[in-house]
Structures are given as C-alpha cells and as structure tokens.
Ligand binder design. Structure first.
Ligand SMILES: Cc1cc2nc3c(=O)[nH]c(=O)nc-3n(C[C@H](O)[C@H](O)[C@H](O)COP(=O)(O)OP(=O)(O)OC[C@H]3O[C@@H](n4cnc5c(N)ncnc54)[C@H](O)[C@@H]3O)c2cc1C
Ligand SMILES: NC(=O)c1ccc[n+]([C@@H]2O[C@H](COP(=O)([O-])OP(=O)(O)OC[C@H]3O[C@@H](n4cnc5c(N)ncnc54)[C@H](O)[C@@H]3O)[C@@H](O)[C@H]2O)c1
Length: 443
C-alpha cells in the first residue's frame, strides 16, 4: 500500500487543531487534517457558540421577568421555534465553511482516524505517516448505561431542537446541564434537574452554588438532589424516569452527566500511547509517551479546565514548539471560567474553596446590589468574592447577572500582580461600570 508522508497530521478539527491548522497554513509544511464528524468540533457546532447565541435571546427574557413590577409590566416571551430557526440558519453552514477554509491550505480526509502502529495512521482505507502526529479529538458526552438509554439526548440534540417539549428532564448539574436547563426553561419548558449528589457545579463557592440553585428554583426549575437515575421507559403520556426514590414524568431527557476523552476510535491499543480516564497523558511539551505523537485540547489528561481558550493555547504552544519558536515547557496563563446560567457564576485565580483556613489568605465578600448599576436591573443576587494574599489580589469569583464580564475586570490584576496603588495611578475606567469600582476594592 502507498504510504503518503506529511510534516504534520492533525486528528480532529476542533478549536485545538483548528488553531494549529491556521498557524501551519502560513508555513510551507505539508499537513493532513482528519475529521470524523463536523468540521470545527464541539465549540462552534454543538457547544459554546450556539449556546451563547441562544442565550442572547434568553437573557432579555429573564431580565424582563426579573424587572416585573419594577418598571416592566409585560415580560418578554421567548418563541423557541423562531429562535431555533435563526440559530440553524446561522450555524448549519459552519462545518462545510470550516472544511473549505482548511482545504485551501491542507489535505483533508473525512473520516475517523485510527492508529496501526506507533508511526502510522489509517483513515478511509489509506495509511499515512508524519514527522508529528497530533491527536486533538476532544471529549464526547457520557451516556448513562441504564435501561431506556435510547431515550437519552445530548447537548448535540438539544442545541438543534426544533420543537420545544413541554417537560424536559436534565440529568447532571454541571456546566452543560445547568446552562442548557437555563435556556429551555426560559423558553417555557417545565424543567427538572436530577442531581446525584447534594450540590451543583463545585468549581465555585458553596454560597455561589446555593444562590444559583435558589435563583433557578424561583423561576420554577425543579431540583431532585441525591437522586440516582435507574431507568427510562415509555409511558402513556411521554416518558417515565424511575430513580432510587421517585418517578418523574417527562417528554425529553438530556444526559448531562459529564464528558469523557474521545479515544475509542483511535485504536490506541496498537500503540504505546498511555492514557487514563481523564485522557491521553502528555509531558510538559504536550508529547505523548510515543516520540513524535502529541496531544492537545480536551482529549489530554491535565488539571487545566477543558475550555476553548485552553485548547487554542495548547494549539498555539505546540505550533511554536514544533516550529522551533520555543523549547520551553508549556506554562498556562491565569484561566478564568464561567457558567452562563442566569445569574452567571464566574471565577479566576485562587479559588476561595481551596484556601479555607490558610491564614496567608484573606477573603472579602462584597454585595453589589447597592450599586445603581445592579439595583436598576433589580439584581439582588450579585455578589463578588475577592481573595487577597497580603495586599495582592490573587483570586476573584462572582455570582451575578454579568459575572463573566465582571470577573474579566480582575484578570489582569491577578495575572500581572498589579497593586492597588498602580491600578489607581494608571487606570481610569468608564463610570458607572464595575471596572470603575475595582480601584477602591484593592488595598
Ligand atoms: C454544551 C457545551 C458548551 C460549552 N461551552 C463552553 C464555553 O462557553 N466556553 C468554553 O471555553 N468552553 C466551552 N465548552 C468546551 C469547549 O467546547 C471545548 O473545550 C472545546 O471544544 C475543546 O476543543 P478540542 O479541539 O479539544 O475538541 P473538540 O472541539 O471536541 O473537537 C474534537 C474533534 O475531533 C473529532 N474526532 C474525534 N475523534 C476523531 C478521530 N478518531 N478521527 C478524526 N476526528 C476525530 C471530533 O469529531 C471533533 O470534531 C463547551 C462544551 C459543551 C459541550
Ligand atoms: N461555560 C463553559 O465554559 C462550559 C460550558 C459547558 C461545558 N464546559 C466544559 O465542559 C466540561 C464538561 O461539562 P459537563 O457539564 O459535561 O461536565 P461536568 O463534570 O461539569 O458535569 C457533569 C455533572 O454530572 C454529574 N453526574 C455524573 N454522573 C451522574 C449521574 N449518574 N446522575 C446524575 N448526575 C451525574 C456530576 O456530578 C457533575 O455534576 C466542563 O468541565 C467544562 O470544562 C464549559
């Protein structure tokens, strides 16, 4: 069999590989990109982007509900069908467009890649080798292994759902579960969230997690805590979910019980590539246990959160490393994260959860509802939590309608270790915004 050779083979075309593919397009390297599903991967097709697009209509609906009796008499009503039509019009062409962009600079194969040995990749009956093979296959949703699992849907299905079911049950209260529950509940679905522990999220403070649950409950979203889903069956009027202590009638079930590394199709057993349940093991140059094979993005087993900017950063780093622009180990910047619920929760830097009784740190909690900016939106929840080490701000978290944007204000201060005096001397932010308050919040 003919063996075609490349400088780089990219397996996957999500944010991690797409970043590298764009950078490699500016070089003379011979590159093959292999994609088994939709070009562009999770984030633009069935993740961050369609989610935030839908949230654009959901937010004014929820804000107008929040202002009912405070200057608003008729809250906005969301029409899922027409919103979904606009979403599909925008997003349906994206995979083909992304494929065309990649094809302009590189060879492509539409199919799932698998390894034949430590040097050879096979796809569509062809075999390929390269100086560098880069695995960027992301993660895929867990599917509960229970009777009736054929009724379970994933984020992929829900983010393209043309008709809104009357009753939706979400299993799992992590990022995906809470964000997607927020969208469909705002559109009028009766939503129940099954949580198998006593808590949601966990990346944020307990107080923030609890305040979020209370706010979602106030809007009619039901939570069933400490509940194990046992089976799903057809029922005279829809579906019946049986759990360890109740039965839930529903029309649609979203499985949001987490994600696992996309490695099944890679046939890693034909290689010496090491992996664990969190993903493919890589060293500090993102190389796997096989020389010449690297891995980037959600598929790797590292402690950094699985996010698009992290995947892109790894794509950029590996490009720099493989093209000789750096020989340093990868060093991640301060990584901020948020759940786009309503209210949102967001954080960056030292996590207040992790420093509980360490006397080196001081935690300050600041309610924001007294500011006209928040009071005008009848936002009673927004609360900022700042973590200081000595005089230096080292962490920030917030629950609030605009927590994600708010936390971005603190990122440069945390990551560049800017002092209060420096900030006040150099920065005069727009008034009245949260940025304007930052100076006075720093010692
Ligand atoms: C609902 C949802 C919302 C999200 N929201 C956010 C957000 O707001 N902000 C944020 O930062 N992150 C968010 N994320 C996470 C973000 O989508 C991921 O971190 C990001 O997509 C990871 O990029 P990646 O390139 O590593 O993997 P992916 O984007 O998953 O791409 C991997 C690609 O590899 C392909 N592939 C898999 N196996 C093979 C194979 N054997 N051969 C060929 N191709 C293969 C897949 O088909 C896929 O296209 C969200 C995720 C979900 C599910
Ligand atoms: N806004 C964002 O940036 C964003 C949004 C979505 C996803 N993501 C990324 O994707 C990753 C995966 O998100 P996710 O929501 O799929 O995973 P997750 O780990 O955040 O949440 C999964 C949840 O399901 C629960 N669970 C597990 N088994 C269960 C069971 N049998 N029954 C009920 N609940 C069960 C877990 O306890 C957990 O709370 C996130 O960690 C994040 O990195 C980011």
């Amino acid at each position: 069999m003919d063996m075609k050779k490349y400088d780089e083979i990219l397996i996957g075309s999500g944010p991690a590989a797409y970043k590298m593919s764009n950078l490699l397009a500016k070089t003379k390297h011979k590159v093959l990109v292999i994609e088994g599903f939709e070009y562009g991967g999770t984030c633009p097709n069935y993740g961050c982007e369609p989610k935030i697009f839908l949230e654009g209509a959901v937010r004014p609906v929820l804000q107008s509900q929040q202002l009912l009796g405070h200057g608003i008499s008729q809250p906005a009503k969301l029409e899922w069908k027409s919103l979904m039509k606009t979403k599909l019009n925008r997003f349906d062409p994206w995979p083909a467009e992304t494929r065309d962009i990649i094809k302009k600079s590189h060879d492509i194969e539409d199919g799932y890649a698998s390894f034949i040995d430590n040097k050879t990749v096979s796809v569509n009956g062809h075999q390929y080798q390269a100086d560098h093979i880069i695995i960027a296959t992301g993660q895929t949703p867990n599917i509960l292994d229970i009777p009736g699992k054929e009724y379970l849907h994933t984020n992929y299905d829900l983010l393209s759902l043309k008709e809104l079911p009357k009753r939706i049950t979400v299993i799992g209260a992590g990022f995906v579960g809470l964000e997607l529950a927020t969208l469909v509940a705002a559109a009028g679905a009766e939503v129940t969230i099954i949580v198998h522990s006593d808590r949601v999220l966990r990346e944020f403070t307990k107080a923030e997690d609890q305040a979020l649950v209370e706010a979602m409950k106030e809007r009619g979203i039901k939570f069933s805590f400490n509940t194990e889903t046992q089976k799903i069956s057809q029922h005279e009027k829809g579906l019946l979910i049986t759990t360890n202590h109740n039965e839930i009638e529903t029309d649609y079930v979203l499985d949001a019980t987490g994600r696992h590394p996309n490695i099944e199709k890679l046939a890693l057993e034909n290689t010496s590539i090491k992996y664990d349940r969190h993903g493919i093991k890589v060293d500090d140059h993102l190389m796997t246990s096989v020389k010449g094979i690297y891995a980037i993005g959600d598929v790797i087993s590292r402690k950094q959160p699985k996010l698009t900017p992290v995947a892109e950063f790894e794509g950029q780093y590996l490009f720099n490393y493989l093209t000789g622009k750096t020989n340093q180990e990868i060093a991640y910047p301060t990584i901020a994260q948020a759940a786009f619920t309503f209210p949102e929760v967001a954080r960056a830097g030292v996590n207040p959860n992790k420093i509980k009784s360490n006397p080196q740190y001081k935690v300050k909690t600041i309610p924001l509802k007294y500011s006209s900016l928040y009071a005008g939106q009848n936002d009673k929840i927004s609360t900022l939590t700042l973590v200081f080490k000595g005089q230096q701000l080292v962490g920030a978290s917030e629950i609030g309608d605009y927590a994600a944007d708010d936390i971005n204000n603190f990122l440069p201060i945390i990551s560049l270790a800017i002092t209060g005096a420096e900030y006040r001397q150099k920065v005069m932010a727009i008034y009245p915004t949260l940025a304007d308050k930052v100076g006075e919040l720093l010692p």
